[in-house]
Every structure is written in structure tokens, then in C-alpha cells.
Write a new protein. Structure first.
Lengths: 781, 236
């Protein structure tokens, strides 16, 4: 067969350099009935890379619940789609861009955001919000982190933040939420997970399925260059080594301005009715978009690479097919109406070229100057790639004794000094310095931006009339430390916390998206973590009624053989029918009653002694050792995450949604990192100079009471006249409700335990520690 | 009375201005494509925020050469009302319709947050509905909002009362603490000498409903409406 790249003879060694195993190479041979040429090998290698094929995760992902009453489109398309009523749908998905963000933080982060935005508008939905879930190595020196490491981590963080900001701000989508946390394990491998949400009319959703034999295939957007070749296969599908820095040319370069034009042009082109199918060129660029469109549509496709707009001269078919140049799309138009589509792109000043046609017979044929550069059956390539049932092995159980666990101080101790350290720790401190670099208010929909509510809340305007229909809430969560200690329980907590955060904003959780960040799937203990996490997600998403509609898997998050903590990040979407009922965390008025909803006091087993430190039961110390407080104050990361009770979580969620819709609550803030003391302080900080007096007498020990992180709890404030109604509703939902204190005008926070202060301080001094700590650390480079 | 919102490639607050005028204030409004020579009989032209032409080269530097800018210039020179918001302000500076220039924020970072601005002049079509010295809470969202100009220009601006908005603290102090971006004289917005062209960095179109955190931006739109109604009465 004459090929354009006949000069390079493919050997198993060359295949191995492409990450193609001997067995996979044999399979390629079987599909083609011959040896592949170098372009074909390149195509197979990216399509069958871990990043694109999910070959190690597929067998596990099948267990996830993906169906639900409101799910319009589950996993497998560019984004999940759910029905939000009034003829509107929400498209949303989260994706990782971890490896590129380590190699080149700014461009890695920009193209991560760019990629997920394209996934959304490819569906025909206009992006209206972005959230970022970020994990970095420690940014202050400490155990296991040298000053040099900390400085490097600060630089990575700075580049990532600037990247996220640069892309979203220019594109014109508000970055409304997410989380940032820090662990030494992310030092060589930060996590950059970006979630985007878009809105469309239900009947106007587009899919990536080639249809109609003879229909033209149109290439639109940026020109193809030599950037990002093998980004997906070599960067995202292998662990880091000392040489990884040399992979900088594999990182793509983003242009948000071009993407903004592409967005407007694509949405306008879709309105012509002449667009049949559309697919963005993300990972594996032209290869993935052509092969997947044909495979999903059950058709063939023929394209001529000579027609592809190119930024550089002399590009080979191999380079053109594998380039990951950003801001490009492939679409199929109705034959005879292509000029309508081309017109729109011309108006926006974008390249749009007919590069091929949809064919029958299922063969993807790639021509270059009249010669066949590749000829591959599309369906076997896209759908019959390797699937691995990787070996799984549970690592040996950790043998811990009470000596490994957190040593509680005796009741009666004043923990204010510890609390100040906790408020200053990067994980707890205000993220304002970061979030102010994001445009949070463009599109005028942001009802609750970063930190205002437990979830980000945006209102939904009808795309045609601008009339406000409802509001959507989004939260992302994932506690790597807990997943490291117990991946199944940790994953369940991630779902529960994200759902609780959404409910705490007043919205009913309806669907989920997940980004699964793990180490090498070739390691049996990593696969055990993965499998356990999937089981945890499956149970939690089923119980809480939030099916998984999409997401991605990021393996090989390790450097020099050391894995990150297993970090499943969950994004949960909720709906608030009445956009005026958003709940925020800020206390509103003095005299309001502070009520702890959810699991009641953590009491002692009957007969246990109460009082001094030694009397605290061992299981409390075990779970407390996994808390943020334990890590920050004692440097102890051990034990187990708190036990999780999904029934209680579900009851609390339903109760919060009911209370919000009845308008019974003045504020709501869930208990999570740093425990109830941090929850209370944040509700004070967000208020206009209000303080709180709270008593936690019913708990087991003072330190545990103030700082434990058990789930299924939420601190709400209630106006006294509504208290009875709140307590009644809580009882109806089977949710515990305990009055723990009141909102005070005095601008001080006092948390007491059996009469003595656990934390007592004027708010101003606490606030200044909390508000300025991150800026002090990051701005003083 | 009709508002026209210019759409440059890269404008991203065009929909927000359109929504504020059309949905919140219920006034006629339409988009004007940057390649248009016509302004569609608009009575007010809004140059919206965003990153026109990606802000490549310099903010607003390429947009000022868009075909529509010739018509906007003519419209302004004929006394028509033109308001540039954020990137629109930057474009007006580049086009020479307003004096001065923008530098990168003094902190060298993009800043998005609610700020306070004081209305310095109320005898302009953009501020006539405000109380003298009124403090407005309006968000900023920009990278390059550090206003600068020649000392002599600044003196002229002050002398002719062309500084119409100044950044302040919440208590109204126009000191360094109230200045988010290093702007000379805490300048947040200026007008031309004839008072029919104005630009400001804060986004009044993002502050039009209390659900969004503030409705203080409405006073600027209501001022323009009042000015047009007044002008119509005067000619009737």
C-alpha cells in the first residue's frame, strides 16, 4: 500500500516507544490485516492510550450509577446533560489537566479550562460557570517539605491560578467556586480539575455522531501546529520521571480569545440548522474527533490532510493527526448547506474548511496529497481497543496503636492558640487572594460566588428571553487524605460532602460528575484504591440520588514511583426552583438561634467515663487523627476517616432543601474541614460584624467537640420566631436539631464546653489571621 | 429612545449590558456588530467590557480600528452619548475620545471584587440621577485599570470637573486603601470636556439587582435615560 510516510518502517520497538504493548500491537495487526504504517501506529497509540481509551478503568466504571429521571445524556458524550425544567437542560463535566500543569503550570491550567469549556459548547450549551478543584504540595515548609519545595509549590500554584484566571476571564465565563487544598504528595504532581456548566434548550443539544453519507466534514477554528503532539498519550498516560521536564513541548498552548470566537461561531452555526454533528478536538486532536464521530455514527469518514489549515509548513500526516493544537472543532454539515455554516465562521474571522466527507462502510480514510496516509476501520479502533482487568491487591493493613493517634488535651484547656494556627493553615485560610483573580461576576448570574455559600450558585436565565427560571448550585469535593486512609469511605465522604454543600445552599442535588485522580494502574495497590473508590462512589451516588453523568479518569499521577493520595473529586449539581431562596453562610441578625442539624451530640457509650483526656474513647482518637486539626496542630495523619452514615446524610439533605424552600433559615454552613469551630468562625467572618456564643456540652471532649469533622452536620441560624417550625421540620425528616447558641452583636467568638472556654477571641484578630494568611504566604515570593 | 451595544470579537459583557437595559430597565436595546458602519438610530452607544481582539498588543489598541469606531467617533463628535465600560473605557482611551491611558494594575494581578466609587459630578448625562458625593458599590473585573495621564492632563481633568467617579473606601475616603489598582488620583471614571462621552472601569451593568450584590449601577443607566428624556423635551 502506498503511504505518505512509507519511509519509516514500523517495528515492535517503535510501537513500544509509542506506549503500545506487544499484545496491543498484535491486535492492531489483526484489525488491519497487516502492519500499520507510522501514521496508523500513531493513531492507534493515542486512541488506545489510557487517557483516551479508559482501558484500565472501564471494567470498574461500569459499576457507577448513571441513570436517573433527569439524566438526558449520561457518560460517553462530551458532557453529561440533565433536565432542569422549563425546556432547559444543563450540560456539565469535570476533567483533569494534571500532568501538563506540573510541566508548564500556566499553559497546563489554561488549556485544562479551555478543554472543558469546549466540551460544554460542543453540546450546544453556552458555558455559564466554571469551578476548579486544585491540589498542590505544601506551600509552607514543614515536615517532609523543604523551603525549596514550598517555594516551588507556590510557583506552581501561582502559574495555575493565573492560567485558570487568564482563560476564564477572557472567555467571559465566571469562575464561581471549587476548592484548593494541600498535601505533600501533590508536590511533584499537582491536581488541576476543572468543571464547567452550560445551559441549552433541550431540543437543541448536539451530539458527536457522524450522520448522512456524503455530508461534508468541516474543520473550524485554530490552525494545526506541531504543539501538544502526544500530549494525551505520553504526558497523561505515563508517570513522571526526571526527564518529564523535557516534555514541555508536549503541553498545548491556549488562546482564550480564539475560543471565545469559536464559542460564538459554533452556537450561531448550530442555529442555522445545517449542523448535523460536532466534536471538539481535545486530547488526540484530529485523530480522536474523526475516529469517534465515525464510530459513534456507525459510518466511515474520509479526510484530506492537505486541506487542514496549518500553522507550520512541512507537517507530516503523523504530526497533523496527532497535534493537540487547541481551539479547534470538527463538524458535519448537511450536504448542500455547508455554505451556511462556512458563512458564520467567516463572519467571526475563523478558518472553516471542508476537509472530507462522511462515507459508508465504516472505514476512516486519511489522505495526504492524494495518497493514503491511513486507512483504519473506525469502530474497532474506537470501541474495540484493549480492556484490562488489572491485578488488584489490598495493601497490608496498617497496624496502629493509640500511640500513633492524636493525644487529646484535657478538657478545660483553652484551645484558642491552636485555633489561630488552624485558621492560618493554607487549607482553612480564606482563599480570597486566589478567587479575586477570577472574574466571578461576568454574565450577571452569580448569586453566590466563592465562599459566600457552601456551593456556588448561579441563576439560570432563559437563553432567548433572559427571564430568570431557576438557580443551579454546584460544589466540588474530595478529601485525598481520607481516601488514602480508606478509599471506599473517603470516596463516599466526597459525594456526601458535595451533596451536603449543595443542599446547604438550598438546592436539591440531582446529578454528579467525577474526576478520578490516581497513581499508576499497573500497581495492584493503586487498582485496589481505584476499585474501592468506585464502590464507595457507587453506593453514595445511589443512596443520595445523584447519578454520575460523566467525568474523567486520570491515572499515572506519580513521580519517581511515588503515587499521590487517591483523589476522587466529585462535582454535584443541584437545582433551586426559586432563585430567591439561596442560603448563604453569613449570620444575619443578632439574637438568631444557632442550631446544629444532623447527627446529634457525639456522646459516650453508656457507662463510659466522661471528662479528662484519658477518658476519650480510642475510636474517637482514631478518627480525629485524620482531621485537618490533627495534621496542622500535631502533624499526625493516621487512623481512619469518620464513619459515614448515608441515611443520615440523605435525611439532612432533604431537611435542608425543605427548610430552604420554606424560607425558615437565615444562614446555613456545613461542618467540614476544621470542625464546628471553623464553621462558626466562617459564618461570623462573612457577616456584618456579628459574633457567636456557643456551647458544645453534650460532646465527648472539648477538643473533639470543637474540631472533629464527622459528616451529616450543618450549622444553621434561625430567627427565634421560626425556631419552632425549624425544629418541627427537622423532626419530620428524622434529623437531629440542637440549639447550641446564639448570634451576638459583640463581635467575639466564644465556644465553650461545660462552662469553660474552648475558643474565645475577638473576631477581628481571628479574621485578620484567616483573611490574610494565604496572601502573606503567596504574595511574598 | 434606543441603546446600542457594540459587539467586538472578544466582547464578553455585551450580553450583560443588553440584559441590564432590556430586561431590568425594560428599554429598547440592540447589538451593533463591530463591522457595521451604521449605529441603527441608537441614542446611546455602549462599548461593553471584555477582551476585544483578545486585548493583544495593548488593551483596546486593535478594537479602536474596527469599522464601527469611525461611526462611534462621528456620533460622539455630534454630541451623541457614548459610555465605555471597562474594556470599552480602554477602547475610548485608545481611540482618543477620552484622554489618558491604562496600565497594568499596580498589584500586577487581575482583580475582581466589589469596590466603592464616589460620584464626583452630577451634572453629566451619566450621573444626573445620583446624589452629589453618593458612594456606589459596583464590581471591578480587570487586569489593566491603572489610569494614568500627563500631569497637565490631570490638572485639566480636575479643572474641567471631568473626573466623574473616584475609588474610595466604604467610608468614602479616596486614599490608597480605597484604590484597588493604583489609578492616578483614584480615578475610576472620566468624561470628555463636552460631557457626552464617559468611561469607567467598574461594571455598572453587573450591579443592577440586589440579588447580584448591588443595584447601585442602575443610577448610571437611569441618568442616561433621564438625559435623553430631557433632551427630547428640550427639542420638542
Amino acid at each position: 500500500m502506498p503511504t505518505a510516510s512509507a519511509e519509516i518502517k514500523v517495528t515492535p520497538e517503535i510501537a513500544a516507544e509509542h506506549g503500545v504493548t506487544r499484545e496491543e500491537y498484535a491486535r492492531i495487526h489483526q484489525i488491519l490485516g497487516r502492519d500499520p504504517n507510522i501514521t496508523e501506529l500513531g493513531i492507534f497509540s493515542v486512541m488506545w492510550s489510557e487517557h483516551c481509551s479508559y482501558k484500565s478503568s472501564k471494567v470498574h466504571l461500569k459499576r457507577l450509577p448513571t441513570r436517573g429521571k433527569l439524566v438526558v445524556q449520561g457518560p460517553g458524550e462530551n458532557a453529561g446533560v440533565v433536565d432542569i425544567g422549563d425546556g432547559l437542560v444543563a450540560a456539565f463535566k469535570i476533567e483533569s489537566h494534571n500532568h501538563p500543569s506540573y510541566v508548564e503550570p500556566f499553559q497546563g491550567a489554561t488549556t485544562g479550562v479551555g478543554g472543558i469549556l469546549r466540551d460544554i459548547f460542543t453540546m450546544g450549551a453556552r458555558p455559564i460557570a466554571v469551578l476548579d478543584s486544585l491540589r498542590f504540595g505544601e506551600i509552607v515548609p514543614g515536615p517532609g517539605t523543604s523551603e525549596e519545595d514550598a517555594a516551588k509549590n507556590r510557583r506552581i500554584l501561582d502559574g495555575v491560578i493565573r492560567g485558570v484566571a487568564s482563560y476564564g476571564n477572557c472567555f467571559g465565563v465566571p469562575t464561581v467556586g471549587g476548592e484548593v487544598s494541600f498535601e505533600p504528595c501533590y508536590s511533584q504532581n499537582p491536581l488541576v480539575n476543572a468543571l464547567a456548566l452550560g445551559i441549552a434548550r433541550k431540543e437543541e443539544i448536539f451530539l458527536a455522531k457522524a450522520k448522512g453519507i456524503g455530508n461534508p466534514v468541516i474543520y473550524v477554528g485554530a490552525k494545526t501546529g506541531r504543539d501538544g503532539i502526544h500530549g494525551a498519550s505520553l504526558l497523561a498516560s505515563a508517570e513522571f520521571t526526571e526527564e518529564s521536564k523535557q516534555k514541555r513541548p508536549n503541553v498545548q498552548v491556549g488562546d482564550p480569545f480564539l475560543e471565545k470566537l469559536l464559542l460564538e461561531a459554533c452556537l450561531e452555526a448550530m442555529q442555522t440548522g445545517a449542523v448535523v454533528a460536532i466534536q471538539d478536538m481535545g486530547a488526540a486532536g484530529l485523530t480522536c474527533s474523526t475516529m469517534e464521530m465515525a464510530s459513534r455514527g456507525g459510518t466511515g469518514i474520509e479526510i484530506d490532510l492537505a486541506k487542514v489549515p496549518q500553522r507550520e509548513t512541512g507537517m507530516t500526516p503523523y504530526e497533523i493527526m496527532l497535534s493537540e493544537s487547541q481551539e479547534r472543532m470538527l463538524l458535519v454539515a448537511e450536504r448542500g448547506r455547508e455554505h451556511e455554516v462556512l458563512e458564520v465562521f467567516k463572519k467571526w474571522g475563523l478558518d472553516a474548511v471542508v476537509v472530507g466527507t462522511v462515507t459508508d462502510g465504516g472505514i476512516a480514510k486519511v489522505l495526504h496529497h492524494g495518497q493514503i496516509a491511513a486507512e483504519i476501520p473506525a469502530h474497532p479502533l474506537a470501541e474495540e481497543g484493549p480492556v484490562y482487568r488489572r491485578p488488584i491487591a489490598q495493601p497490608p493493613l496498617r497496624h496502629e496503636t493509640t500511640a500513633d493517634w492524636f493525644p487529646f488535651a484535657p478538657d478545660g484547656t483553652d484551645f484558642t492558640a491552636n485555633f489561630r494556627r488552624l485558621l492560618a493553615s493554607p487549607a482553612i485560610a480564606s482563599k480570597r487572594w486566589i478567587t479575586e483573580q477570577y472574574d466571578t461576576s461576568v454574565r450577571t448570574n452569580t448569586l453566590a460566588g466563592p465562599g459566600a455559600s457552601d456551593a456556588a450558585v448561579v441563576r439560570i436565565k432563559d437563553p432567548k428571553t433572559g427571564i430568570v427560571k431557576c438557580a443551579l448550585a454546584l460544589a466540588t469535593d474530595g478529601n485525598g487524605r481520607w481516601c488514602q486512609l480508606n478509599p471506599r469511605v473517603g470516596a463516599m465522604h466526597a459525594v456526601a460532602e458535595a451533596a451536603r454543600n449543595v443542599a446547604s445552599s438550598g438546592a436539591r442535588p440531582i446529578a454528579a460528575t467525577n474526576c478520578l485522580n490516581f497513581g499508576s494502574p499497573e500497581k495492584p495497590d493503586v487498582m485496589w484504591q481505584f476499585s474501592e473508590a468506585i464502590d464507595g462512589l457507587t453506593v453514595a451516588c445511589s443512596e443520595l440520588g445523584t447519578p454520575i453523568t460523566g467525568g474523567n479518569v486520570s491515572f499515572y499521577n506519580e513521580t519517581l514511583g511515588k503515587s499521590i493520595y487517591p483523589t476522587p473529586v466529585i462535582g454535584i449539581l443541584g437545582i433551586l426552583e426559586d432563585a430567591s431562596r439561596v442560603l448563604k453562610i453569613a449570620f444575619r441578625a443578632e439574637g438568631d438561634v444557632i442550631v446544629l442539624l444532623g447527627s446529634l451530640a457525639v456522646g459516650l457509650a453508656p457507662g463510659s467515663p466522661a471528662g479528662g483526656a484519658s477518658s476519650v474513647p480510642a475510636e474517637f482518637a482514631r478518627e480525629f487523627s485524620s482531621s485537618e486539626y490533627s495534621k496542622t496542630i500535631a502533624g499526625i495523619v493516621a487512623g481512619e476517616p469518620p464513619a459515614i452514615d448515608l441515611t443520615s446524610e440523605k435525611r439532612l439533605i432533604d431537611c435542608l432543601v425543605a427548610l430552604a424552600s420554606e424560607g425558615c433559615l437565615e444562614s446555613s454552613h456545613d461542618v467540614s474541614d476544621g470542625g464546628i469551630a471553623v464553621t462558626l468562625a466562617e459564618s461570623c467572618f462573612a457577616s456584618a460584624g456579628l459574633g457567636a456564643h456557643v456551647s458544645l456540652d453534650k460532646d465527648a471532649s472539648a477538643e473533639f467537640a470543637a474540631f472533629n469533622e464527622r459528616g451529616a452536620r450543618c450549622v444553621v441560624s434561625v430567627s427565634p420566631i421560626k425556631l419552632a417550625a425549624v425544629l418541627l421540620t427537622a423532626r419530620q425528616y428524622g434529623v437531629g436539631a440542637r440549639e447550641i447558641g446564639t448570634v451576638h452583636p459583640g463581635s467575639a467568638l466564644r465556644i465553650e464546653y461545660k462552662g469553660s472556654a474552648v475558643v474565645e477571641s475577638p473576631l477581628d484578630s481571628l479574621r485578620s489571621i484567616w483573611a490574610n494568611s494565604l496572601e502573606r504566604t503567596l504574595a511574598s515570593k | 429612545m434606543k441603546f446600542g451595544v457594540v459587539v467586538f470579537p472578544g466582547s464578553n459583557c455585551d450580553h450583560d449590558a443588553f440584559y441590564a437595559i432590556g430586561n431590568v430597565l425594560d428599554k429598547p436595546v440592540e447589538f451593533i456588530w463591530h463591522q457595521s458602519q451604521e449605529l441603527g438610530n441608537s441614542d446611546v452607544i455602549i462599548l461593553p467590557g471584555g477582551f476585544a481582539y483578545g486585548d493583544y498588543l495593548r488593551t483596546g489598541a486593535i478594537a479602536r480600528f474596527s469599522p464601527v469606531m469611525k461611526s462611534v467617533e462621528k456620533f460622539a463628535n455630534g454630541g451623541g452619548l457614548v459610555l465605555g465600560i471597562c474594556n470599552g473605557f480602554q477602547i475610548l482611551l485608545e481611540a482618543g475620545l477620552l484622554p489618558g491611558a491604562m496600565m497594568r494594575n499596580s498589584g500586577l494581578r487581575y482583580i475582581c471584587r466589589q469596590v466603592h466609587i464616589r460620584v464626583e459630578q452630577t451634572d453629566t448625562p451619566f450621573t444626573n440621577a445620583a446624589a452629589p458625593g453618593q458612594i456606589l458599590t459596583i464590581p471591578i473585573a480587570h487586569n489593566d485599570g491603572n489610569y494614568t495621564c500627563e500631569e497637565t492632563t490631570l490638572a485639566e481633568l480636575e479643572k474641567n470637573r471631568q473626573v466623574i467617579f473616584r475609588y474610595t473606601t466604604s467610608d468614602g475616603a479616596d486614599d490608597a486603601a480605597g484604590n484597588p489598582n493604583g489609578s492616578m488620583g483614584n480615578i475610576a471614571g472620566i468624561s470628555n470636556r463636552e460631557r457626552n462621552v464617559a468611561g469607567l472601569m467598574p461594571h455598572p451593568e453587573r450591579a443592577v439587582e440586589s440579588a447580584l450584590g448591588s443595584a447601585d449601577g442602575l443610577v448610571i443607566f437611569k441618568s442616561m435615560i433621564a438625559a435623553l428624556v430631557g433632551a427630547r423635551k428640550a427639542t420638542a
